[in-house]
Ligand binder design. Structure first.
Ligand code: BGC
Length: 446
């Protein structure tokens, strides 16, 4: 075992998202979102769970900020609920919604915790969905206007902005597979949502630049590290196809490399071309300051005779409760790959974490050994990637506390702090102690 020391100034954080923790869905004139609608459709969310109360963070945010301070957290990534600020997505702004986030920013800054703000983490105002949501190009200007309001109001206190969280997930699972809000199953809707999401990102970056706001802006993509199931050349080609359809689809346009040709062809052949208009690709490629990387696992890929030319091979590593592999090497490996592919951008790991459903023992102690072990492995890999020259400057653990895990409801626990959903008490797990120690020492034994 050696002590792995992280670079001076490296930042340690935790991450959450509005619908997953806030609750208070009808308070202070918050508008209805697509998740409020989705959770009420029978069979969509495990156990019929909803985010109506969630962690009740809306009322307990001061306690949560104290908790973060006690763990030594240096930066906190969370999302604004668009529908608190614009209850109908656009039009009249809601002062009470803005005021809530004012209070939160002030509480964080008082404890020297730097906010990192995601503008969109999947809770689209229902009023915009009623117009087609991400499938309607009008959403782009609504997002740009909402972003401007956030920059104007909070730009004096927020210097790290993330436009969108994981567009691959909310476009594909929301529009093609239908397992997330708004629950559509339509490849044409998926194609339109992809392009409009990226365009909305680009417009927000433009607005940020034009306004001359302080600080930095980027996008957060979801990633899986793809590895070949065997050494055959066809398998290597299948891995590249998987990267096209997942990773390059959302990184390529942002970094000025455009959409992968294979993906463009795929949609065109199905009569649902990406709805690109002249000038769009330049907007999407407006330079950003950093890349947000979310990563939880890897997948083994093999060739397939299907529409995309690849499929997942059977897993070989132990499985986590989410159904994917426990693959701590995936973080460092992906960071190396993405860093090489896109010219060594500045990277923040905006999410990485472990689903570990350990409950309190007889003494109330939550010893989440799987999370602790994997966290060590993920960070050791990340340390290696930094040593190899990748420009990684911050790491956010998902999540501060157990919360509403989308279609899985409350059945999956990702927190380093346990949420008791009966009492709403927050109880730090063993992993929280371990993380606090890593922060204190800016490194770990591994
Ligand atoms: C999402 C989070 C989610 C986490 C764990 C990420 O894809 O951004 O909202 O809770 O993964 O599944």
């Amino acid at each position: 075992m050696a002590f792995l020391s992280f670079p001076e100034g490296f930042q340690w954080g935790v991450a959450t998202a509005s619908y997953q923790i806030e609750g208070a869905v009808q308070e202070d004139d918050r508008g209805v979102t697509i998740w409020d609608t989705f959770v009420r459709q029978p069979g969509k969310v495990q156990n019929g769970d909803t985010g109506d109360v969630a962690c009740d963070h809306y009322h307990r945010f001061r306690e949560d900020v104290e908790l973060m301070a006690s763990l030594g957290i240096q930066t906190y990534r969370f999302s604004l609920a668009w529908a608190r600020i614009y209850p109908f997505g656009r039009g009249a702004v809601n002062e009470k919604g803005l005021a809530f986030y004012d209070r939160l920013f002030d509480a964080l800054l008082e404890k020297n915790i730097q906010p990192a703000v995601t503008l969109y983490h999947w809770d689209l105002p229902q009023a915009l969905q009623d117009l087609g949501g991400w499938t309607n190009r009008e959403v782009v200007e609504a997002f740009a206007a909402y972003a401007k309001t956030a920059f104007d109001r909070f730009g004096d206190r927020v210097t790290r902005w993330i436009t969108l969280n994981e567009p691959i997930v909310f476009t594909e699972m929301g529009h093609r597979t239908g397992v997330m809000a708004p629950g559509m199953r339509d490849i044409g809707a998926y194609s339109r949502a992809i392009h409009h999401a990226l365009l909305a990102h680009g417009r927000a970056v433009q607005v940020f630049r034009e306004g001359g706001y302080r600080g930095e802006i980027g996008i957060t993509n979801a990633n899986t590290f793809y590895e070949p199931a065997d050494d055959a050349p066809e398998t290597a080609a299948a891995v590249e196809r998987a990267r096209d359809f997942d990773t390059r689809l959302f990184h390529g346009p942002v970094f000025g490399k455009g959409y992968p040709a294979s993906v463009v062809k795929h949609f065109a052949e199905r009569g649902v071309p990406l709805p690109i208009q002249p000038g769009d690709m330049e907007v999407i490629a407006t330079p950003t300051d950093f890349l947000g990387v979310n990563l939880y696992s890897r997948a083994l890929i093999q060739p397939a005779n299907n529409s995309v030319g690849f499929t997942y091979a059977p897993p070989r590593l132990p499985l986590l409760p989410m159904g994917y592999e426990a693959a701590p090497h995936a973080l460092g490996a992906f960071v190396r790959w993405v860093s090489n592919e896109y010219g060594r951008p500045r990277i923040y790991i905006t999410e990485n974490g472990v689903c570990d459903n350990t409950e309190p023992d007889a003494n109330g102690v939550i010893d989440d050994v799987t999370r602790q072990e994997l966290l060590r492995g993920f960070l050791a890999g990340l340390h290696g990637a930094i040593a190899d020259g990748c420009d990684v400057r911050a790491y956010y653990q998902w999540s501060l506390m157990d919360n509403f895990e989308w279609a899985f409801g409350y059945s999956k626990r990702f927190g380093i702090v346990y949420t008791d959903y009966r009492t709403l008490a927050r109880i730090p797990k063993k992993s929280a102690e371990m993380y606090a120690d890593i922060i204190r020492r800016n490194g770990l034994e591994a």
